[in-house]
Ligand binder design. Structure first.
Ligand code: 4NP
Length: 154
């Protein structure tokens, strides 16, 4: 079983998209039973909320349902998941700092490490921008998800 946690700042845009896209992919590939997939935010500002309506709309146009309810990262997540995947450099740095003695360093990754086509080093925050930003998030997240799945199944 692979236990994967996607992390962004608010858990209403990028990490819900990552969770939904990656879940869709493992279902499509018939390997969903090998995965536990979740997402959360560094902050709890939006805890209890569904993903941002704009993010859900853009994802649904690609046939992907975003069902997550926002929650804040908790220390226990370091134990419960095998991979803790940050959307941007700030999320990555925050996670490394939350891992006070550095015992989970190997679990903490940048999502864009798994990209094979896109050249971005992080998934940019779409919250304050327009429609294009949400499409870019999905483009990057789809590429990184394929790379992540390949890396885990080989
Ligand atoms: P996310 O986007 O980290 O991709 O969920 C954001 C959502 C909310 C805020 C910032 C980023 N906010 O400042 O409320």
């Amino acid at each position: 079983m692979h236990k994967i946690l996607f992390v962004c700042l608010g858990n209403i845009c990028r990490s819900p998209a990552a969770e939904g896209v990656f879940r869709h992919l493992v279902e499509q590939e018939g390997v969903a039973d090998q995965f536990e997939i979740d997402s959360c935010g560094i902050t709890g500002f939006h805890a209890g909320e569904k993903a941002d309506l704009r993010m859900r709309d853009h994802a649904s146009r690609r046939g992907i349902d975003l069902t997550s309810i926002s929650r804040k990262f908790r220390q226990q997540d370091f134990e419960d998941f095998d991979l803790i995947i940050a959307m941007d450099g700030r999320n990555f740095k925050d996670l490394r700092e939350l891992d006070e003695v550095g015992q989970y360093t190997d679990k903490i990754k940048m999502f864009c490490e798994y990209c094979t086509n896109r050249t971005e080093s992080e998934v940019p925050d779409p919250y304050y921008g327009g429609a294009e930003g949400f499409e870019t998030v999905l483009d990057i997240v789809e590429d990184a998800s394929e790379g992540l799945l390949k890396s885990l199944l080989k």
